[in-house]
Design a protein around this ligand. Structure first.
Ligand SMILES: *Cc1c(COP(=O)(O)O)cnc(C)c1O
Length: 348
């Protein structure tokens, strides 16, 4: 294992930063009268600022994910987590991130907004990382390598041995985006955190937890990286309603498991049904809650489905996904309607 000096990877201005000190972070104890935060005193259930470090939510997550609570931070969706990571580590105009296309578009967008360059090392055929090419492309300015596993839009998990090699040998931060890990056969990389100081794992409440509307993303990393994250994040980045909704969901883990099992069963069923259609050429193996399928006439099929009120994602212009549509796994009824509509397109 290469010894990573995290502090040396952090932007100098962030290392030096004196973070904003909120009223709630300066006084954390119990009291009868709070006159320190310029809140409105009249109780309506939401008149107080939320816990800036979301301890109750993180304690629950810690138990479920088996990660110490000091190694967890929360963001306003994974999108905020990605943005903050780039702003912590990448000096605009100097440093860059590395992405492995075809993959999730937000890494590029967040880097573009921050004026941070993006080096692209395409996935190999089979959608696996080209470890040697990634390591050859890396230099002292390669601050973050984004690995998305299971990958969006290709649906496969990346090879754990390849990821392990990258975690061990990449000179910067390796950020593994596990937005779809609940749907995967593979173990989460969170269990490698103890031996990998440069590892960051991201997860979200938007997919398997069914809470895209509350905007809540998780980051798991060393205490040192979590410290920088908490220093840079807006003090109250996760609002009170979101924290309550997350706690409610986390207390009811069995509901999460039930829905997850239905989606996993439906993924099998949908794949089987799509495979029987003449317009479907190939379905890529999925470890996620969607399937990527190569179809005849992708553009026409997309328009046809839209006309029937069924919206799927057209990925047919994405390099290495030519001719492909991406189908999110819906309810059993929604999936049946999708397949029925596609059967009619076949026969039209
Ligand atoms: C859906 C998705 C996310 C989730 O982002 P949120 O901001 O948490 O909703 C993250 N990464 C990938 C690859 C995704 O597809």
């Amino acid at each position: 294992m290469t010894t990573t000096n995290i502090e040396a990877l952090v932007r100098p201005n962030i290392r030096r930063l004196t973070p904003y000190s909120s009223a709630r972070s300066e006084y954390k104890g119990r009291a009868d009268i709070f006159l320190d935060a310029n809140e409105n005193p009249f109780e309506n259930g939401l008149n107080r600022y939320p816990d800036p470090l979301q301890w109750a939510v993180k304690e629950r997550i810690s138990n479920i994910k088996n990660v110490p609570v000091q190694q967890i931070a929360l963001g306003n969706g994974s999108d905020e987590v990605i943005d903050l990571l780039i702003r912590i580590f990448c000096e605009p105009g100097e440093d860059h991130i590395i992405t492995l296309p075809p993959t999730y578009g937000m890494y590029q967008v967040s880097a573009d907004i921050a004026n941070v360059a993006v080096k692209k090392v395409p996935l190999l055929p089979g959608f696996q990382p080209d470890v040697d090419a990634i390591l050859a492309a890396a230099d002292a300015h390669s601050k973050i390598l984004f690995l998305c596993s299971p990958n969006n839009p290709t649906a496969n998990s990346l090879d754990p041995d390849a990821m392990q090699r990258l975690v061990e040998q990449f000179p910067g931060i390796v950020a593994i985006d596990e937005a779809y890990i609940d749907f995967a056969g593979q173990a989460s990389f969170t269990q490698q955190l103890a031996t990998a100081p440069n590892l960051v794992v991201m997860q979200t409440f938007s997919k398997a937890w069914g809470l895209a509307g509350i905007r809540l993303g998780m980051i798991f990393a060393s205490e040192e990286i979590i410290g920088y994250f908490n220093k840079v994040k807006p003090p109250y980045n996760v609002n009170e309603l979101t924290q309550r909704a997350a706690l409610e969901a986390l207390r009811n883990e069995s509901a999460y498991r039930e829905k997850l099992q239905i989606l996993l069963d439906q993924r099998v069923q949908l794949t089987k049904n799509l495979n029987q259609l003449a317009c479907v050429q190939h379905i890529y193996p999925s470890d996620a809650n969607f399937v990527l399928a190569k179809v005849d006439q992708p553009r026409e099929l997309y328009q046809y489905l839209t006309g029937k009120g069924i919206i799927v994602r057209d990925r047919s212009k994405v390099t290495m996904c030519e001719g492909c549509l991406r189908f999110t796994v819906g309810t059993p009824d929604e999936n049946k309607q999708l397949v029925d509509a596609m059967r009619k397109f076949n026969n039209a």
